[in-house]
Design a protein around this ligand. Sequence first.
Ligand code: GLU
Length: 553
Amino acid sequence: MDYLKLAELLFPDVDRDTDYYEAQYPPRNLKEGAAVTRFAPSPTGFVHFGGLFPVLVGERLAHQSEGVFYLRIEDTDSKREVEGAENDIIKAFESFGIKFDESVVHGGNYGPYRQSDRRPIYRCYAKKLVAEGKAYPCFCTAEELSALREKQEAAKVIPGYYGEYVKCRDLSYEQVEENLNAGKPFVLRFKSFGSSENKVKFTDLIKGTIEITENDIDHVLLKSDGMPTYHLAHAVDDHLMHTTHVIRGEEWLPSLPYHIQLFKAFDFKIPKYLHISQLMKLAEVTEEDGSVKLVKKKLSKRDKGAGLTSYISDGYAPECVTEYVMTLLNSNFEDWRRANPDAPLDEFKFSIKKMSASGSLFDLKKLADVSKNVLSRMSGEEVYRRLVNWTAEEDKEFNSLLTADEDKSIRILSIGRGGAKPRKDFGLYSEVKGYIGFFYDEYFEYIDDIPENFSKDDVKKAIALFIESYDENDEQSVWFDKIKAVASAIGFSPDIKAYKANPDAFGGHVGDVSMFLRIAVTGKMNSPDMFEVMSILGKEKVISRLTAFADKL
Ligand code: GLU
């Protein structure tokens, strides 16, 4: 068979050869060891939280080595039915501080970055395979293929176009020409040179050396509309875009033997591979005997926490989410963080060797803990700026209260920060209002009651005496001495130890008096430091809240 002639017959539209593209996309001018990585999603309109894992790995590996991290939209299978999906993907990751160097939007010298715009390139490379006898047209109809599948199912063999089931591999030039003249549609198939008897070994940088059965299936390279399948497209793209590390979900591992054959057929350099395990969640399953068991399940699109952008609207600070993902990705990250509490995440040296080969477990509680830690390390002003941005989108009313008096809001958010043991009240912006809302009359409410073992009279007396002695210019120690004096005056112990030694001798202790004041002023049993709370609220507000509380008793 004259394969060159066959290639011309099948690809009259292709007038360039692959040298043209090789020259157009020369090796990148990067320093030795620089990684070129990509995120290559299909634009489905849904950005999965799990995408953050390969994205962070790719971004870190590239930027840590002064390489390039690019976004490639793989829309050859799904068509571009979702308008704006590409922008949504870019925006979603940018809101987590992740920047692509090249993409449909950012441009770059190795584009187009959308596969549906690269059709002539794929066809040119497909033609080369035909010219070298490595691919062939297949005219089998849908009916013939489903009959084949049924036959294979009945014989209990692996389904697919391979070995004895292959029909079109050896069509002569004349037969192909005849079919084309008769207007018969065709797909282009890869002439696999593998055997299911053999195993291929390769090294995945996360999973180690793996052995998988060689591919013997003549997979489709070009569909009947002339568009490539993902497999062909990604091989050509990773070659021309000079990807050094392919980082993707482990669901692609079974395709790897085929991908490696494709790279070999083209004589492309095989990239390094990192297949990331699926993100799992713990789900409750009820057994037949009624007992409940926890099992690991894939975090699916419908699960809470599956959508990446929902984290932003739910009120997670993006840096908390990336910090959490980093704790799952690198086993030494938490140690590094303890040693470098204030360093930016980018200073952490990400290492492939510290990645776990088994899947990560999605754990919202752990995320909440990490978030509280991350926010507790920020200054009041840093939290304020972020909170203002978030509330501008998600809680306009709170936003206007916060911004009406910036100094006051920053003072409120600064309480308990900056020391060795900063307060860890909230992990989400959406929780902040619950903690500091009482500073604003609009949100102030009585949530906790004075415990019933205290007499209302004692509470009223304590409040009245405190109001009498309160001076907003007092230092904290003087302020507290005055509360002790109030305690003594109503027959409570000014000293907690003395109270504990002889509880029957007192109506309560100074801590109880503080609690009365706290509930009256904040509406709650728990609040940030009362001295600071009072000084931020100001004398007038403190007294009016105390009076109103005493009056309603
Ligand atoms: N387009 C594929 C996906 O959406 C990407 C596979 C790869 O990264 O090679 O899963």
